[in-house]
Design a protein around this ligand. Structure first.
Ligand code: R5P
Length: 314
């Protein structure tokens, strides 16, 4: 049985994954009509094939979710054998529970849409919370970029004076994993959100005086959480300050906020989301760690029906 790799729209990450696998991205049509309705379909036959759809650029999110469902539907109706969706960044992941009355659980809804469309497996990277895996009624693999990030930090930073910081309670397991890999202490920020969803630091649990710190989180979106955390760490006497996240969402007004306060000596991200030129050409010191090799290995394992455990833990 053959396999084909498609990219949902243009994506450098998808091209890099294809290069790692020594194959071409299969041809597809992606069309947005004047009415804003979308058509996505494979150009050539996919009958009996294992399909891998790489979603290397998740923006604009609502259009891309709909386009993905439509593409999965097209592939299913074209008799693909199985449809594996590689979504390094899973949108709506933060809407994963009802934390207030009348709130939706949109992460669960998106998972259901993909499965209903016909996805047989979803591969994500560092989901906001691992429990989101349970929203999928198809196979789900949540890979982690943390080993790649940890390896990079080990080579790039002087870890002797480094402390890993979890920016909130929800990120403790993630931060602990990096602290363990770097053999550093860890501190936790006791954060809450105000009624207007603004992050507020209540307390820093642990000592950061005269220490270099690296905040570890799943994403930076507008930068509100990390800037609030950074200011609190600086007030407590932290020296150099870094941040390492898997997903650089970087929504407005991230650039404005981060440039104004200029609190981070370096920002480590992955290519789960492509960076706009305004970020790469800015004064920010951003390091991009590629997921291409990890994703290529995952595709190989899935297609060859080999265990994924090595990919999870290496
Ligand atoms: C929160 O639980 C997340 O892990 C992120 O820290 C947060 O959502 C990032 O959003 P922003 O950068 O807009 O504060």
């Amino acid at each position: 049985m053959a396999y084909s790799i498609f990219s949902l729209g243009e994506s450098k990450l998808a091209n890099n994954v294809a290069r790692e696998l020594n194959c071409e991205i299969a041809k597809s049509e992606y069309k947005v009509f004047p009415s804003k309705e979308i058509l996505v379909k494979p150009i050539d036959s996919v009958r009996g094939q294992s399909i891998f759809i790489l979603c290397g650029d998740p923006f604009p999110v609502n259009e891309k979710i709909m386009a993905l469902c439509i593409f999965i539907d097209a592939l299913k109706r074209a008799s693909a054998e199985d449809i594996n969706v590689i979504m390094p960044y899973f949108p709506y992941a933060r809407q994963d529970r009802k934390s207030k009355p009348r709130e939706p659980i949109s992460a669960s809804l998106v998972a259901k849409l993909l499965v209903t469309a016909g996805a047989t497996r979803i591969v994500t990277t560092d989901l906001h919370q691992p429990q989101i895996q349970g929203f999928f009624t198809c196979l789900e693999d949540d890979l982690s970029a943390l080993p790649l990030i940890s390896d990079y930090l080990l080579k790039d930073l002087d870890c002797k004076n480094l402390t890993v910081v979890s920016p909130d309670h929800g990120g403790v397991t993630r931060a602990r994993r990096v602290a363990k890999a770097l053999s550093t202490p860890m501190v936790i920020i006791d954060k809450r959100r105000t009624e207007e969803y603004k992050p507020e630091v209540i307390n820093i649990i642990g000592d950061v005086k005269n220490r270099d710190c690296v905040l570890v989180d799943d994403m930076i979106d507008t930068g509100g959480s990390c800037i609030t955390a950074a200011k609190a760490l600086k007030t407590q006497g932290c020296k150099k300050l870094y941040i390492a996240v898997t997903h650089p969402v970087f929504s407005d007004p991230f650039l404005e906020n981060i440039t104004k306060d200029n609190v981070f000596d370096k920002i480590y991200v992955t290519d789960s989301i492509p960076l706009d030129e305004k970020f790469t050409k800015s004064k920010l010191n951003i390091v991009v760690i590629s997921l291409a090799d990890l994703i290529a290995k995952a595709i190989k394992s899935i297609y060859d029906k080999k265990p994924m455990s090595e990919i999870y833990y290496n």
